[in-house]
Design a protein around this ligand. Structure first.
Ligand SMILES: *Cc1c(COP(=O)(O)O)cnc(C)c1O
Length: 357
């Protein structure tokens, strides 16, 4: 299907940010967006790139009432050579389709949306920032638009992609975060939608995150829903722990999000010859390892921060300092490796990088 491109008129163009040191995250959008529509029986139609605009949504649209809304988050990077690169982008659309299937939403044709995304990025290519650590954040989104009050899968959907420049996640180097082990609220249960990037999961997480923030914590570490015992993930990141030389992360049992960064870290660490285990880690075992000094490092992984070192874990009112409150060696090495691949500063032995312009 032909993708129709309508460039913005000169008077519709926005002012580009001039200060790349203060881009922040999630507040700036570019001049254009990609959209397409879906109707049951007809499939996807009308793929197009248009000037960025508001959406007209019927107040009875089913996404608003019953939560059929999923999204993705990935980035385009300005390489050392000035080119624009994607990192494992297809993985994000494969995950979008898995999220769609779980929420009874239509899957997209991956080549088509990748094509639309690339046309959008290239049209707004001057928005891809150049300073170290900055990138272009890409937000593909799908929602149910059919006006109908009554619970069932909708018959019409909108898919769109919006993009915007984002700053370096860390202003003063990689600052270790303090995490609060949440033993009251839960994020997702096995059998639910925790492994889908669905808006509802984030609504469910807000109250715990707000309460933890009030106590001075950056993130909440979720435990499993059934026993409040096994370590799952934090906010929008998967978690890794280095205990006795073994790198441990939670298995993909259905309640955590299968992160692309998680998968990249697993692959790289295996290639570095380290022992890696995907297993359910008992919170008591983790705390014992922290107390005995066997917990050498803890870090989160996700597209936004790449690697986010953990300097403190607080459980049942007790603080446990990790890696002396500093960034650990493995965290630093992984950060350097992944960033160097993303920004085309070194060879990409995995075929993860794609140059689009
Ligand atoms: C997006 C997300 C992650 C990280 O996934 P990446 O593909 O690595 O960006 C982890 N956990 C949750 C809950 C997320 O929403």
């Amino acid at each position: 299907m032909e993708i129709k491109v309508t460039p913005a008129r000169p008077d519709q163009l926005k002012k580009k940010p001039t200060d790349e040191a203060n881009l922040g995250f999630g507040d700036i959008v570019t001049d254009h967006m990609f959209l397409m529509n879906y109707e049951k029986g007809k499939g996807w139609f009308g793929p197009r790139v248009e000037p960025y605009h508001s959406l007209a949504i019927d107040p009875a649209a089913m996404a608003i009432h019953y939560g059929q809304e999923i999204f993705e988050g990935l980035k385009a990077y300005r390489g050392k050579d000035g080119g624009i690169y994607l990192f494992r982008a297809r993985e994000n659309y494969l995950r979008l389709n898995r999220s769609a299937a779980r929420l009874c939403m239509p899957e997209v044709e991956i080549d088509q949306v990748m094509d639309g995304m690339k046309k959008l990025i290239m049209l707004d290519r001057e928005w891809v920032p150049r300073s170290p650590g900055t990138s272009l954040y890409i937000r593909p989104t799908m929602l149910a638009t059919e006006p109908h009050l009554g619970v069932r899968p909708a018959k019409t959907y909108l898919f769109f992609i919006i993009i915007g420049p984002v700053g370096a996640y860390y202003k003063e180097g990689l600052n270790p975060v303090k995490i609060y082990v949440e033993d009251k609220y839960i994020r997702a249960a096995v059998g639910g939608i925790g492994n889908a990037k669905a808006a509802a999961n984030y609504a469910a997480s807000l109250l715990a995150a707000e309460e933890a923030k009030k106590k001075g914590f950056t993130q909440v570490l979720w435990l499993d829903a059934a026993k409040r015992r096994y370590v799952e993930e934090v906010g929008t990141m998967n978690m890794f722990f280095v205990i006795n030389g073994e790198v441990i992360t939670a298995p993909l049992t259905g309640s955590i999000l299968p992160g692309v960064t998680r998968d990249s870290v697993l692959r790289i660490v295996k290639d570095w010859g380290m022992k890696v285990t995907e297993k359910s880690l008992d919170i008591d075992e983790l705390i014992r390892a922290a107390e005995s000094g066997q917990l050498k490092e803890a870090f989160g992984t996700g597209t936004a921060a790449v690697i986010s070192p953990v300097g403190q874990i607080t459980y049942k009112g007790k603080d446990h300092i990790v890696a002396g409150g500093k960034m650990g060696d493995l965290s630093q090495r992984l950060y350097n490796e992944i960033v160097a691949i993303q920004y085309a500063e070194k060879e990409d032995p995995y075929g993860w990088r794609e140059k689009i312009g």
